[in-house]
Ligand binder design. Structure first.
Ligand SMILES: Nc1ncnc2c1ncn2[C@@H]1O[C@H](COP(=O)(O)OP(=O)(O)OP(=O)(O)O)[C@@H](O)[C@H]1O
Ligand SMILES: [Mg+2]
Length: 253
């Protein structure tokens, strides 16, 4: 038993119909750690996150969040997590501020705590005057910033961020990454994220796992993974990890 294990995924399998998406993956994340899942399209990242978020039932295997089983104790799990899906929608007719207020009221009984959460959300989203415009007038990246701010402002024990900054411009992505790191370091939130942006992964993550076709190929700190493959960066390491397995992406296969 690890001392402060917040998330534990054990031999997780998910088969959609007769199509295996996740083929027995295991990993664990300690309290306060930032852990990234990296892998090509269709590798099983979103499936894994949806199971942890209690939105999808595993075919077999076990997932514990702070000691609570996602299948038998979903309410205990939901109380501890905040999930940013790959594609999240807000209420189009609300303003950004109204949306954050709505979410905060659902999360916090205490009005003072709810107000403080909204203040944090407004700072994280960094939307300026647009916070008082209707969400339907936002660009894709602005909606994403509002959704990520929503996920972060409640200070969950476990943050599940599926491609958090996809569609967000460079300047705002840098701001959001700083916020994610700050929330993990200062609030002690544990973070599981997926990303196709290797700069983002290197900046944020304490540990990473490469997933391919539902299996973890390698896991470690970014430094360990790069060293293992003699690679200068994670992108290079990922390609080498695939080659080592005799796997390739597309082509003649
Ligand atoms: N609802 C579903 N029904 C059937 N198959 C699905 C479903 N959702 C995902 N899959 C399949 O499961 C596999 C894993 O998909 P998943 O969305 O978990 O990948 P991912 O790693 O998140 O990819 P991406 O980087 O494109 O987001 C894929 O082969 C996909 O086609
Ligand atoms: Mg995905």
């Amino acid at each position: 038993m690890s001392k402060d294990r917040l998330l534990s995924v054990e031999r997780l399998v998910k088969i959609y119909g007769d199509k295996p998406a996740v083929r027995g993956i295991s990993f664990s994340v300690d309290e306060g750690e930032i852990f990234a899942l990296i892998g090509p399209n269709g590798a099983g990242k979103t499936t894994t996150m949806r199971i942890i978020a209690t939105l999808l039932k595993p075919t077999s295997g076990r997932v514990l969040v702070d000691g609570h089983d996602v299948v038998s104790e979903p309410l205990e799990v939901r109380r501890r997590i905040s999930y940013l899906p790959e594609e999240a929608g807000a209420y189009p007719n609300m303003t950004g501020r109204e949306y954050l207020e709505f979410v905060a009221q659902v999360y916090f009984e205490d009005p003072g705590e709810a107000r403080a959460a909204v203040e944090r959300g407004i700072e994280y989203a960094a939307l300026g005057d647009a916070i008082d415009e209707r969400v339907k007038t936002y660009s894709k990246g602005m909606k994403r910033r509002l959704q990520l701010a929503r996920a972060l402002m409640t200070r969950p024990r476990l943050l599940l961020l599926d491609e958090p900054t996809s569609g967000v411009d460079v300047v705002h992505a840098v701001h959001l990454r700083r916020v994610v790191k700050r929330v993990a370091r200062e609030e002690g939130s544990t973070v599981l994220l997926s990303s196709h942006n290797m700069l983002e992964v290197e900046y944020l993550s304490d540990r990473v796992a490469f997933i391919h076709e539902g299996r973890i190929l390698v896991e470690g700190t970014p430094g360990e993974v790069k060293k293992r493959y003699g690679a200068g960066n994670l992108e290079e390491a990922f390609v080498r990890a695939l080659e080592e397995q005799g796997l390739s992406l597309g082509g003649s296969g």
